[in-house]
Every structure is written in structure tokens, then in C-alpha cells.
Write a protein that binds this ligand. Structure first.
Ligand code: NAP
Length: 459
């Protein structure tokens, strides 16, 4: 195997190729200077020499320098060139790097591949052997040869078709969490809305109405009352698109009608939305555990104790409050436990070990149970606050009442869908039954002629 270039990628590639049993010849403009960087089993020579000695050549050179290889066009003719290059921006050039290389060397067969693997991954050896290598080329045989090399090196080759896919393959390493963009913006949007709402209620209201400085509440208390709101609503947003999809299927009486694009997108992002819900719930748990550590909490505790002593109150135990708190914390822990289970089973390695029924039991049934338990957690937190007029700061209702809206809608809808008459219809629709689909019956009449009529399949 030939490698053109002696940079980071070329070096890691050569080491991995040698370790995988290939004979490697490295082509450099200045082999003497670079020879010490490579394992002794790899031959480091001039570019033309390396090309002459090999049939498959990895071009580990930046696109900008491809034209400097044009002197090698004659010796390269008939060889397979593997383009490993990446760009610095998505869709940087009009044509992909691989297509550009192919245009410079029309007598060669170009294969795009290995660009999604970093020099570090190449060096980390067989431990990272399950990493995918995306490959594309217009020549099937060349693609097969490069795929075989990737497999021997411990990678999983993925055939991405012909050269027109090169642009997409080159964009992959540059994409930043593409599936997470919408869920992250959604979580941030919710966080900002609830943070502002809680800030008004917990900090601005006491300042304006009672001239009390409660700014100290911002870093922990306000954040900690915001996080569960985001987590709870995000969890309900995992199940809301399923409810909307079921409504659409019931309304149109078919599963073959395409959902609107926004609903399609939403359905595809449920995993990320669920994981962000878990993330916020986990943060909420940690913040809550830290609440008693704060100085402000200690001062308030001492202040309450002094007040109690001055008023000579011996017993401040309120049975209802005690029970509310015990139940509130207990269901909160259970909800977090269930969310952890959902998060763990969404990991590909765990999800792949479950069959469809197991996966849907955990994600759908247990997920719904988590939503119900989170609702109990929220209700026991709020308790009777919704009926206390002092809780309506600037006429704004307590935050928990707002968070209940979407989850309760989802729970009620799910309960309605589980009614036998609706569930039966939904199951039939999902098995392919369609409303108003006409079936033509053709029967012989008394005169021997055939008569026909149409009826709805509903009948
Ligand atoms: P690098 O360290 O800068 O090495 C580039 C090499 O190209 C040089 O060592 C040089 O070797 C050779 N070269 C040939 N003609 C050249 C010229 N006219 N001017 C300058 N250098 C010339 O870059 P790299 O990180 O190894 O990346 C090489 C290619 O691999 C790039 O296309 C990159 O996109 C791709 N890639 C890199 C990584 C990574 O993790 N580094 C990951 C995926 C893909 P000689 O001086 O010996 O000729």
C-alpha cells in the first residue's frame, strides 16, 4: 500500500497498516527528513518511487496541494487513489475533494474513504476497531479493494455508493451534533422562559413589593425550580408527537397519509428530547441535594429556630407537610430512576440487545409510567398552592401549574386512546385498514350476467 504525505494522518495510517500486516511504502518530497517518524517496517522514499511500487495509494495530502502531485500523473495512471481529505467548512468547494482529485488524474480510479477517522483513532489500534469507514467510488472493484483493506485494519466499511456521495462523506466530520440541534434549542428556549418566569416570581416580586433583596436565589434556587420544569415538559414532548400522530391516523382513518414535516422531524428527535429531559432531571436531583449546604439555608434555619424559641413554640410538626414531603421526594426518586432506565436503554449497544417488544415496553410503557410519576411528583410539590391567592405573584400562577398543561394533555389523550373502542380502531389502522376504501364485488345474476357494485370496506 502506498501513502503520499508524511504528516499526522499519513504517519498514523502507515503505523496501522503495518500493524495490520500490509507492506507500506510512504512517498515524501523529502524522505530523508521524515524517515525517522515512521516504523522501520515501512519504506519511506520519494513520491514517484512510492507510487511506482504500489497499486493502492492513500493521498494523505491537503486538497490545496493536489495540483503539486500532477508531475506524478504518468506513474499514477491505472492506480487506485484513496482520497482521505477533509475540508474546513461544510460544502466548502463546488465539487468534492475526491471529484477534484479524479479530475486531476483521469487515468486513476479514485475512492473516497477514511476521512471520518482521525489520526488519533488510527493510532489507537484494534481497541477502536468497530469504527465505521464510509467509502464511495464509481468503480465497484476499487471500492471492494479499499473496503477489504479497511476491514483488515479493524474498521467497518460502509458502502456509500458512487462518487456523488463524496461531498456528503466530506461534510460528516464537520457537522456538530446535527440530530441534537432542535432538541437543544427547545431545551434552551424552555429553560429561558421558565427561568424568567421564576425570576419574576422569586426575585423581582419580593424586591418590588417588599423591598427584599433575594438576588442570592438566582444561582441555585431559581435554576433548581427551572430545571424540573424543563425536564418534565421535555419528557411530555417525547410522547406528545405519538399522540398527535395517533390523532391524525384516527381522523384520516389511514396510516398511509404522510405526517406533516414538522411532526416527522419531531418524531425523529424523541430520543434526544428524552435524553435532555433526563439530563435536566439529573441536574435537578444534584441541585436539590445541595440545597441544605448553602449558607442562606443555614441562616434561615437558625432564624426560624430563634423565632420559634422566642414564641416558645415546642412543636412545629405539621403532619400533612411531613407526608407531602416524604411522598414528593419518594416519587421524585422513582421518576429519576425510570428516566435513567430509559436513557440507558436508548444507548445503541443496549438497544441492540433488546428485541422490539422489550424496547417498546421500556421506551413506551415505562416511559409513560415515568411521565405519570413525574406528574405525581409535581402535584405533591404544588399541593394546595394553586388555591392560595398569595401564590399568585403579579397575578402569575405558581410555575408548577403551567408545567402540568402539556403532560396532563398527553396523559389524558393516552388514557382515551387506551379505551377499547378507540384502541381497536387504532390497531386496525396500524395493521393497514383504511377508512372509505371501496371493495368491488362481482357476482353472477339470475340471468347469468355479471352484476357488480361497490361497498365500503367498513361494511
Ligand atoms: P499534515 O500533517 O499537514 O501533512 C500533510 C502532508 O502532505 C505533509 O506532511 C507533506 O508531506 C505532504 N505534502 C505533499 N505535498 C505537499 C505540498 N505541496 N505542501 C505541503 N505538504 C505537502 O496533514 P494531515 O493532518 O496529515 O492531513 C493530511 C490529509 O489527511 C488532509 O487531507 C486531511 O484533511 C486528511 N485527514 C486528516 C486527519 C487527521 O486527523 N489529521 C483526519 C482525517 C483526514 P511531505 O513533506 O513528506 O511531502
Amino acid at each position: 500500500i502506498g501513502v503520499l504525505g508524511t504528516g499526522d494522518f499519513a504517519r498514523s495510517l502507515a503505523i496501522r497498516l503495518v500493524c495490520s500486516g500490509f507492506k507500506v511504502v510512504v512517498g515524501s518530497r523529502n524522505p530523508k527528513r521524515k524517515v525517522n517518524l515512521f516504523p522501520s517496517a515501512a519504506e519511506v522514499t520519494f513520491q514517484a518511487e512510492a507510487v511506482k511500487k504500489t497499486d493502492v495509494i492513500f493521498v494523505a495530502v491537503f486538497r490545496e496541494h493536489y495540483s503539486t502531485l500532477c508531475d506524478l500523473a504518468d506513474v499514477l495512471a491505472g492506480k487506485i487513489l484513496v482520497d482521505v481529505s477533509n475540508n474546513t467548512e461544510i460544502n466548502h468547494h463546488k465539487e468534492s475533494n475526491a471529484e477534484y482529485l479524479a479530475s486531476l488524474f483521469p487515468a486513476c480510479t479514485v475512492v473516497k474513504g477514511f476521512n471520518v477517522v482521525s489520526a488519533w483513532t488510527l493510532q489507537s489500534g484494534a481497541r477502536d476497531g468497530n469504527k465505521q469507514v464510509l467509502i464511495c467510488s464509481n468503480n465497484q472493484e476499487a471500492k471492494r479493494i479499499v473496503a477489504e483493506i479497511a476491514q483488515v485494519m479493524g474498521f467497518t466499511p460502509v458502502d456509500m455508493g458512487c462518487m456523488s456521495s463524496a461531498r456528503e462523506i466530506e461534510n460528516i466530520p464537520l457537522r456538530l451534533l446535527p440530530a441534537w440541534k432542535i432538541p437543544i434549542f427547545l431545551a434552551l428556549g424552555l429553560f429561558l422562559c421558565f427561568f424568567t418566569y421564576n425570576l419574576i416570581r422569586q426575585v423581582i416580586h419580593p424586591y418590588i413589593r417588599e423591598q427584599k433583596n433575594k438576588l442570592y436565589k438566582i444561582p441555585i434556587e431559581v435554576v433548581n425550580t427551572t430545571l424540573p420544569c424543563v425536564s418534565y415538559i421535555m419528557l411530555s414532548l417525547v410522547y406528545l408527537p405519538g399522540v398527535l400522530a395517533a390523532c391524525s391516523q384516527l381522523y384520516y382513518g389511514t396510516k398511509y397519509r404522510r405526517f406533516p414535516d414538522w411532526l416527522d422531524q419531531w418524531l425523529q428527535h424523541r430520543k434526544q428530547i428524552g435524553l435532555l429531559s433526563f439530563f435536566c432531571a439529573a441536574l435537578h436531583a444534584v441541585y436539590s441535594l445541595c440545597l441544605p449546604m448553602r449558607r442562606s439555608h443555614r441562616y434561615l434555619l437558625i432564624e426560624t429556630a430563634v423565632k420559634q424559641a422566642m414564641e416558645k413554640k415546642m412543636n412545629i410538626w405539621v403532619e400533612e407537610e411531613v407526608w407531602r414531603m416524604e411522598i414528593y421526594i419518594s416519587v421524585g426518586i422513582i421518576a429519576l430512576g425510570l428516566l435513567s432506565l430509559l436513557a440507558i436503554t436508548s444507548l445503541p449497544s443496549i438497544a441492540n440487545s433488546l428485541n422490539w417488544r422489550e424496547f417498546s415496553f421500556v421506551q413506551s410503557t415505562l416511559g409513560f409510567v415515568a411521565l405519570v410519576i413525574s406528574t405525581l411528583h409535581t402535584l405533591t410539590y404544588g399541593w394546595s398552592r394553586a388555591f392560595d391567592e398569595n401564590q399568585y405573584k403579579f397575578y402569575l400562577p405558581p410555575t408548577y401549574t403551567l408545567t402540568l398543561l402539556v403532560p396532563c394533555t398527553v396523559i389524558i389523550a393516552k388514557v382515551i386512546f387506551s379505551l377499547p373502542c378507540i384502541q381497536h380502531r387504532l390497531t386496525r389502522i396500524r395493521r393497514g385498514w383504511e377508512k372509505g376504501r371501496y371493495v368491488k364485488f362481482v357476482l353472477p345474476s339470475a340471468t347469468g350476467e355479471y352484476s357488480s357494485w361497490e361497498t365500503s370496506s367498513n361494511v
